[in-house]
Write a protein that binds this ligand. Structure first.
Ligand code: MD6
Ligand code: FE
Length: 211
C-alpha cells in the first residue's frame, strides 16, 4: 500500500476492514476540538510517559490514561494499574468520550479505561493484541485525533497477513467479535496532516472494559 494517505475526507456509514468496523468521520471538527480540550486536561492532571517494554526499551508513544484503570508497562510486563506511576488516581473519562462508547457499544456498561496514546512524527506501535482484559466479549473502541496514521490489522496469529488503511482525525474504529484479538499496530504517522492538536502529532484513545 502507498506510504501517504489518499486525499479527501471520508464520511458516512461503517466499513468493515480486516474484521474491524471503521466509522469514518464519526466526529465532526467541533466535537474533535472539544475532545482535544478534554484530553489536554487529562494530560495536565496525569502527564504522559513512555512506558518501558518488557525488553527494557521505552515505547516511542507517550501514554496516560483516564478511568478506573490505566495501562502500564515496565520490565515486569504489561498490566492495568489504579494509579499514575507518579501517584494519584487517574482522572475520570470525559463525558465527550463516554458518549462515543454509549452510541456505538451501548449503555449496559461503561469502559473502565481510556488509554491516551500520543504519537509524535516517527512514533510507531508495533503489532500487538489487546489481551490484558478479563472479558473479550466487550469490544475495544478507538478514536483517532490529529495526524493521520496507517493502521495494520491481521488475524489472531502474529504471522497472519495484515491489511493496512489510514485512520484520520475523527474516525472511530471498533475491534470486536472475531477481530477482538486480532494483531494490530500503527506503522506510520503522516506528519502535519492535521492542525487539530496544538503541539502537532496524533492522539489515539482506546476504551476498554477491563474487569
Ligand atoms: C492506535 N490502536 O490507533 C493504536 N487497539 O494508535 C490500538 O492499539 C487499538 O486502535 C485496540 C483496538 C483498536 C485500536
Ligand atoms: Fe491495541
Amino acid at each position: 500500500m502507498e506510504n501517504t494517505p489518499p486525499p479527501g475526507p471520508t464520511t458516512g456509514t461503517a466499513l468493515h476492514i480486516g474484521g474491524a468496523t471503521l466509522h469514518p468521520g464519526f466526529l465532526d471538527a467541533e466535537s474533535q476540538a472539544a475532545m482535544v480540550g478534554d484530553i489536554a486536561r487529562i494530560m495536565h492532571l496525569a502527564p504522559p510517559f513512555s512506558p518501558i517494554t518488557s525488553w527494557g526499551k521505552p515505547m516511542s508513544v507517550a501514554m496516560t490514561s483516564a478511568g478506573k484503570y490505566g495501562w502500564f508497562s515496565d520490565r515486569r510486563g504489561y498490566r492495568y494499574v489504579t494509579a499514575h506511576p507518579a501517584g494519584g488516581a487517574w482522572p475520570p473519562i470525559p463525558t465527550s468520550v463516554l458518549a462515543v462508547w454509549r452510541r456505538l457499544v451501548g449503555r449496559t456498561r461503561d469502559p473502565d479505561c481510556c488509554l491516551v496514546n500520543h504519537y509524535r512524527p516517527g512514533a510507531r506501535m508495533g503489532l500487538h493484541q489487546d489481551r490484558d482484559e478479563a472479558d473479550f466479549s466487550w469490544p475495544v473502541l478507538s478514536i483517532s485525533l490529529g495526524d493521520e496514521a496507517r493502521f495494520a490489522i491481521g488475524g489472531t496469529r502474529r504471522s497472519d497477513p495484515v491489511e493496512r488503511f489510514w485512520l484520520r482525525s475523527g474516525d472511530v474504529l471498533l475491534l470486536g467479535g472475531a477481530a477482538r484479538l486480532a494483531y494490530h499496530g500503527v506503522d506510520r504517522i503522516a506528519p502535519e496532516s492535521s492542525a487539530l492538536i496544538p503541539q502537532g502529532g496524533r492522539i489515539n484513545l482506546t476504551l476498554r472494559v477491563v474487569d
